[in-house]
Design a protein around this ligand. Structure first.
Ligand code: GRF
Length: 211
């Protein structure tokens, strides 16, 4: 790896379609050259997460840390932080991207990665933090639903909002059909929010693109 590239580690628990969208965009938009960044690893807390196969097919390093093998949340998060830290570059710790990572992180982990820890949540935050967002939006009679990319803070789904997408709720929608349409928009806004984060980091460091 080029020593000046900003490492990105993506954490998943499932299908990994957001992770795949990020990897695709990174290739298509030449993040290596334009944003001096590279997806270096995909880490899953589930050994059978479909996203692992996708990542391997792209030649990206994968790791599995099964949370059930750890005595408690703190010990799991310490192991997770250590796995991520192996990809840190000198002066350049990893950007950590949660993409369908279904674990609540400890305050210690969040503090250690503050400012470089992003998440996508399938609702228009601050509405519907937590689980079952689409069913809750339908039950509440919402006319619009969507997704939010945000910085991760100690409080669940409550960090600074970076991007949002809006999707109209249709009369015949079920939680599944709504989830599908929202997910398609997640694939647009997550890579865009990450690219913006990387561009800001580059500007702060006074760097220009490699070409
Ligand atoms: C997405 O809807 C994400 O917002 C939520 O879980 C889903 C993950 O999908 N947290 P995928 O694994 O990226 O396909």
């Amino acid at each position: 790896m080029h020593s000046t590239l900003q490492p990105i580690v993506i954490l998943i628990s499932g299908g990994g379609s957001n992770m795949a969208a990020i990897v695709r965009t990174a290739q298509k938009d030449a993040w290596g050259e334009r944003l001096r960044a590279q997806v270096v690893a995909v880490v899953s807390n589930k050994p059978h997460a479909g996203g692992l196969r996708l990542a391997r097919a792209q030649g990206i390093a994968t790791e599995v840390l099964e949370h059930s093998a750890y005595a408690n949340r703190e010990i799991f998060d310490q192991a997770l932080a250590a796995a991520i830290a192996r990809y840190d570059q000198p002066q350049r710790p990893c950007l950590v991207v949660l993409a369908g990572f279904m674990r609540i992180l400890t305050p210690g982990f969040v503090a250690e990665h503050a400012g470089r820890l992003l998440n996508i949540h399938p609702s228009l935050l601050p509405a519907f933090a937590g689980l079952h967002t689409h069913q809750r939006a339908l039950d509440a009679g919402c006319k619009f639903a969507g997704a939010t990319v945000h910085q991760v803070s100690a409080e669940l789904d409550a960090g600074a909002i970076l991007e949002q997408s809006v999707v109209p709720v249709l009369a015949m929608d079920t939680a599944e059909t709504l989830a599908q349409r929202v997910l398609a928009t997640e694939h647009q806004i997550y890579p865009r929010a990450i690219a913006r984060w990387l561009a800001q980091r580059q500007a702060q460091a006074g760097e220009s693109p490699i070409r």
